[in-house]
Design a protein around this ligand. Sequence first.
Ligand code: ADP
Length: 238
Amino acid sequence: MDEKTRLVDENGIRLDGRKPDELREIEMKVGVLKQADGSAYVKWGKNIALASVYGPRECHPQWQRDSRKAVLRCTYNMAPFSVDDRKRPGPDRRSYEISKVTTEALESVVLVENYPNTAIDVFIEILQADAGTRCVGLTAASIALADAGIPMKDIVAACASGKADGEIILDLFKDEDNKGEADLPIAIVPRTGEIALMQLDGDLTREEFEKAFDMAVAGGLKVNEIQKETLLKEYKKE
Ligand code: ADP
């Protein structure tokens, strides 16, 4: 993409043909891994994530045990082959940060008090990345937890919005994320309207923030519809 290419044209159409408030195409599946207690596959635009859940199971190391609740541990990992320039394998600052915010978002819905002294492990593997992977991973992890039969107050759904070429847009893909002015990933608890995650990279005025926030919430609600359809499709079949 050359420097002069506009991310949003004069008709409000984006480089990939989407309107400002349009999501990328999303495909979800649960129960995709035999060895896990729960699992999910999410293809979201060019992002591909696999989430697996193990537990509640005995908590090791023992010092992490909590006699009042289960310890929820989420690990986000981006595969070396998930991006154009090979990513250095293993954890880095970014993956620690995403693992932490994902854990905190899911802790707000999982009924951890039901399983004292145990651990619930969630592994999120990003196999293909094209921006928005923390939202894709969190969305996948939520339905993998449901697939594992772990009781939750609700299914958390995530979606980002942001700003490119001065326009507020939904669900940024790589070029928009790289060259745009702001990225606002959020996660919602649809039943209560609570916000389980919110981060902001870049600058937005208060007015822009409010528009972007409403757009991301609306996007999250659409994502949540797909999550529910996916779970119902799996569990309603004979
Ligand atoms: P998110 O994926 O949640 O949007 P970031 O904003 O940190 O998180 O990353 C945006 C995108 O940049 C990622 O989806 C990925 O496509 C790319 N990216 C992130 N880290 C790396 C890396 N170490 N090497 C190459 N590309 C990366």
